[in-house]
Design a protein around this ligand. Structure first.
Ligand code: MG
Length: 451
C-alpha cells in the first residue's frame, strides 16, 4: 500500500467532539459515503451525548447524495453489522468504542458486514480532501425511515446458534457500561434461560458508573455483584459492545487472552481448521490449536485484518474455525465476520453449560505464561525491526506486522506504531524469568537505536 489513511485509524475516524469531531466533518463523510455507496444505508449510534447531533449530520450528507437512510437508533456495532449484511448498500455507526465520553467517531460498514478496508477508506478520505461528492438535485434527494426493531433480527441470529434453555439455572451479572448493549445483552442472556443481574444497565452518554473502556478497576462493582449474587460469571462490554470481557465466579478479572483461549477451545473441538489472530496474541492460542488439531494463521494487529483474512481463507476453500484478538474481541465465523460482544457472552454461557465447571477452575488450569509489554521512544523503528530479524537467527520469524520471533513457548513481537515515534516490544514466555531474559536480550540489541 503506497498511500496511508490520514483521518481514519484502524477502527474508523475518532476525535474529541467540538474539536476534531464536528458535525461539519460528519456531514462530509456522509456526502463522500453517499457518492461511493449509492443506495440504502443503515445507520446507528452508541449512547454518547453527541450521538444525535452527529447522526443528523450524517443523515444530511447521505440524503443530500440521494441515499435512503434507515435509522436503527441506539445499538451495538455488531448489531448494525449484522443488520447491514446482505440487506443494505452500506452502514455507518456513530461511535467512539472504548474512548472516553468526550470522543465520538464514525465506523463505516460494508455490505458484507465487515468494516471498510484500507483501500476504500483511502478513497473515501480522498473525496473528503478534494470535496468530491455527488450531490443530488432537488428531484433526486434521498429520504429516511426509522426501523429500530431491526435489532431483533440480530438477537434472533445469535439465539439460533444455541439450543433453547442453554443458560437455564445459570445466574449471570451483566455490565453494559451504560452503552448500547444495555438494550441487547441482558435480553439475550435472559432468552437463553439465564437469570440476569445488571449494573450500569441504563443507556447514558454521561457514563455515570464507569468509562467505556472495561478495565479491572472499573469493573470492581461488577465483581462485587458477581460474588453477592453467586453468578457463574460477569460480563462487561466496551462502549460499542463489539468486545466482551469477563469476571469469573470468584470475582476475578479474566485476562482477555485467557478468555480467547477458553472460548476458542470450546468452539474448535472437533472442527479442524484455522484460528486467525493477530501476531500480538498469546501462546495460549497456539496451545488451543495444538490441542484441537487446528492451525494458527497470524495477521496484522487490528480486528479488520482478522475478519478479512478469515473471509479470504474461506474464499480459498480453507476451513476457518475461529478468529479473535486478545482484547475481548472474538469472531465466530458461523455467526458473522466481526467482533461481537453479545455473541461472546452467549458463547461463555454455552461453554460453562457444557463443561459444567466453574469458570475460575477453567482459567486456573491454563498455563501461567508471563507477558511483558514495553513502549520505547525511537525515530528508527524500522531499523530496529530489521535488527531484531537479524539478531535471532535460531528463532522462527514472522514479518506480518513488525517482526515476531518464536522458539518453543517463548515469543516476542517488535513493531512500530503507526501514529507515534515509538516501537512496541511484547514478550511472552513460560515464566517470569524466561520472559525477562528474552526482553533483556531484545533491549540489549535495540538500545543503540533508541532516542
Ligand atoms: Mg469497540
Amino acid at each position: 500500500m503506497t498511500e496511508k489513511k490520514q483521518l481514519f485509524g484502524t477502527n474508523g475516524v475518532r476525535g474529541i467532539v467540538g474539536e476534531s469531531m464536528t458535525p461539519g466533518l460528519v456531514l462530509r463523510i456522509g456526502q463522500a459515503l453517499g457518492a461511493m455507496r449509492p443506495g440504502t444505508i443503515a445507520i446507528g449510534r452508541d449512547t454518547r451525548t453527541s450521538g444525535p447531533m452527529l447522526v443528523h449530520a450524517l443523515k444530511a450528507g447521505l440524503i443530500a447524495s440521494g441515499c435512503r437512510v434507515v435509522d436503527c437508533g441506539v445499538l451495538p456495532t455488531p448489531a448494525l453489522q449484522y443488520i447491514v449484511r446482505d440487506r443494505f448498500a452500506a452502514g455507518a455507526m456513530i461511535t467512539a468504542s472504548h474512548n472516553p465520553p468526550e470522543y465520538n467517531g464514525v465506523k463505516i460498514i460494508e455490505r458484507d458486514g465487515t468494516e471498510m478496508g484500507d483501500e476504500e477508506v483511502i478513497a473515501l478520505e480522498g473525496r473528503l480532501f478534494r470535496d468530491e461528492y455527488a450531490l443530488a438535485d432537488w428531484r433526486r434527494l434521498g429520504g429516511e425511515e426509522e426501523v429500530p426493531a431491526l435489532v431483533e433480527s440480530y438477537l434472533a441470529g445469535i439465539l439460533a446458534h444455541f439450543p433453547e434453555g442453554t443458560g437455564r439455572g445459570m445466574t449471570v451479572a451483566v455490565d453494559p457500561g451504560s452503552g448500547p448493549a444495555s438494550l441487547t445483552t441482558p435480553t439475550l442472556l435472559e432468552r437463553m434461560g439465564c437469570t440476569v443481574r445488571t449494573i450500569n444497565g441504563e443507556p447514558d452518554g454521561t457514563f455515570p458508573g464507569r468509562l467505556p473502556e472495561p478495565t479491572p478497576d472499573g469493573l470492581k462493582p461488577l465483581a462485587a455483584l458477581v460474588r453477592e449474587s453467586g453468578a457463574a460469571f460477569g460480563v462487561a462490554h466496551d462502549g460499542d459492545a463489539d468486545r466482551a470481557v469477563f469476571i469469573d465466579d470468584r470475582g476475578r478479572y479474566v485476562e482477555e487472552n485467557r478468555e480467547f483461549a477458553l472460548i476458542a477451545h470450546h468452539v474448535c473441538r472437533g472442527r479442524q481448521g484455522v484460528i486467525v489472530t493477530p501476531v500480538s496474541s498469546s501462546q495460549l492460542i497456539e496451545d488451543v490449536a495444538a490441542a484441537t488439531g487446528c492451525t494458527v494463521r497470524y495477521t496484522q494487529v487490528g480486528s479488520i485484518y482478522v475478519a478479512r483474512s478469515m473471509l479470504s481463507l474461506i474464499g480459498a476453500g480453507i476451513e476457518v474455525a475461529f478468529g479473535g484478538e486478545g482484547n475481548g474481541g472474538l469472531i465466530y465465523p458461523d455467526h458473522q465476520f466481526c467482533r461481537d460482544g453479545g455473541m461472546t457472552a452467549a458463547m461463555m454461557v454455552a461453554m460453562l453449560a457444557e463443561t459444567g465447571r466453574p469458570l475460575s477452575q477453567l482459567v486456573d488450569e491454563l498455563p501461567p505464561y508471563h507477558f511483558i509489554s514495553e513502549r520505547l521512544k525511537t525515530r528508527r523503528a524500522q531499523e530496529i525491526v530489521t535488527a531484531i530479524a537479524a539478531a535471532f537467527p535460531d528463532f522462527s520469524h514472522d514479518s506480518t506486522d513488525g517482526i515476531r520471533i518464536s522458539k518453543g513457548k517463548t515469543w516476542a513481537l517488535v513493531r512500530r506504531s503507526g501514529t507515534e515515534p515509538i516501537v512496541r516490544v511484547m514478550v511472552e514466555a513460560e515464566d517470569r524469568v524466561a520472559a525477562e531474559a528474552m526482553r533483556d536480550a531484545i533491549l540489549e540489541r535495540i538500545a543503540p537505536l533508541l532516542d
